[in-house]
Ligand binder design. Structure first.
Ligand code: PLP
Length: 450
């Protein structure tokens, strides 16, 4: 019976979640090696679904990273809020194609409601267009595609029809510390990863307003709200006014930083960002919904729609908001459902508390580590902490040993020439006790190495 199978899947999933806070955060080498049990030639014969599920759980579950648990501080990785995980399971059962109203009234309407709530909680214009995509990389792509449309249409060029060969040139300005995935999006869109003007940054990775080039002709200026290492924000309040006056389209990569707008005590970091034209963010990072989920917002909704437009005889004219008119994808899963569930379960105050709590926890990490004699390399204003342990070699060894010890997981980076451990506090599941336990583990490991 397939209902037995689905109950069995739910039971196994719940057992998995229950085990997250006691297991080592990183998968053990043995667990990773055992994945080979899932390999072999494509089977000729069918297998009973119960056996398939049991194999996945037996070999797959132990080889996961416990990033859904409370002590994973790698990259910028949220967990999944209970309401969002539950909504994800239900939406998986719905198996909706969220590309149009006709294919899924529920997915389309829920997404539209979620879009309104997102604009509200992030302080974005109430009529800006939105695209529910896989993550910030594609959200950046959407903003850049809308910018490309608007700037080239204004210059008398139809880029969707005629492409970029022979088009009027667009200058792209980025901060020297822009995220690597912004460069990827620039490459995909045809602007080129290297064909950009890079603005020098300060010690926190913020674009220096005094080093901004003069803006002349069609220009896209890409700001960053939340540097992936320091959490720092480009100074939009200083840069946006003159850039707007010069006619630039201002795009924001705010994969996690945009969420500062939702927490009253952090909202000052977002000063000036309301003047921008497009914003990219993730829901799978700080809103704590499951992968994959990001949102692109565009003030000029018509520009986004023009960039993503598609027509076919089998697509009837519609008075509804058909999601495919705003996204690069056509068929896709109903990821707006989890966003709706997360926002409904948290409410405005719950989102603010989540952001603020993680920021406070990051400060506590910084305080604990500097108290133990280690060097915190960034001003901790958001949820990111970078710490160095004496020299680069020791720092790298501490990172590996912390990962191996298993209480928590932190990754590494190189910041302005120095190796550092990155601690990114982004999960709803992280309690203050988890922070203390992780601090103790990190300090113990570092001290044991002399
Ligand atoms: C994570 C991140 C991205 C990429 O986001 P994905 O969700 O992985 O596509 C882009 N920019 C910044 C600043 C990020 O932190």
């Amino acid at each position: 019976m397939s209902s037995d199978l689905m109950r069995e899947a739910a039971r196994r999933a719940v057992d998995y979640l229950d085990g997250l806070s006691t297991r080592p955060v990183a998968a053990t080498g043995d667990a990773v090696a055992a994945l080979s049990a899932l390999d072999g030639p494509l089977p000729d014969a069918p297998a009973p679904p119960h056996d398939v599920l049991a194999l996945l759980d037996r070999y797959g579950s132990p080889a996961t990273t416990a990033s859904a648990g409370p002590r994973y501080f790698g990259f910028v990785t949220g967990g999944t809020l209970p309401a969002a995980a539950a909504a994800n399971w239900l939406a998986a059962a719905w198996d909706q194609n969220a590309f149009s109203f006709v294919s899924s009234p529920a997915a389309t309407k829920i997404e539209e409601i979620a879009l309104g709530w997102l604009r509200d909680v992030l302080g974005l214009p109430q009529d800006c267009g939105g695209a529910f995509v896989t993550g910030a990389t594609m959200a950046n792509f959407c903003g850049l595609a809308a910018a490309r449309h608007r700037l080239l249409q204004d210059a008398g060029w139809d880029v969707e029809a005629d492409g970029l060969f022979g088009a009027p040139e667009i200058t792209v300005i980025v901060g020297d510390e822009a995220h690597t995935m912004l460069f990827k999006a620039l490459g995909l869109i045809g602007f080129g990863r290297s064909r950009v003007v890079r603005v020098p940054v300060d010690g926190q990775g913020r674009m220096r307003a005094d080093a901004m080039p003069a803006i002349d002709g069609p220009t896209i200026l890409c700001l960053q709200a939340g540097n992936v290492n320091t959490g720092a924000f480009d100074p939009a309040d200083e840069i946006c006014g003159p850039a707007r006056a010069a006619g630039a389209w201002i795009h924001v990569d705010g994969a996690f930083g945009l969420w500062a707008a939702a927490a009253p005590e952090r909202a000052h970091l977002m000063a000036g960002y309301e003047l921008c034209d497009s914003w990219a963010t993730d829901a799978h990072k700080w809103l704590n919904v499951s992968y994959d989920s990001g949102i692109g917002f565009v003030r000029d909704a018509e520009a986004l729609k023009a960039a993503m437009a598609a027509t076919a005889a089998y697509l009837p004219p519609s008075e509804h908001r058909d999601p495919f008119s705003y996204t690069p994808e056509s068929s896709r899963r109903a990821r707006g459902v989890e966003i709706w569930a997360a926002l409904k379960s948290l409410g405005r105050t719950g989102v603010a508390d989540l952001i603020e709590r993680n920021c406070r926890q990051a400060s506590r990490f910084a305080e604990g580590l500097s108290g133990a004699g280690y060097e915190v390399l960034n001003d901790v204003e958001l949820n990111q902490v970078m710490v160095a342990f004496r020299d680069d070699d020791k720092t790298r060894r501490v990172i590996a040993a912390v990962q191996d010890e298993g209480t928590c997981w932190c990754g590494g980076t190189v910041w302005q020439g120095r190796s550092a451990m990155r601690i990114s506090v982004s999960s709803w599941a992280t309690t203050d006790a988890d922070v203390e336990r992780s601090l103790d583990a990190i300090i113990r490991v570092a001290q044991s190495m002399g």
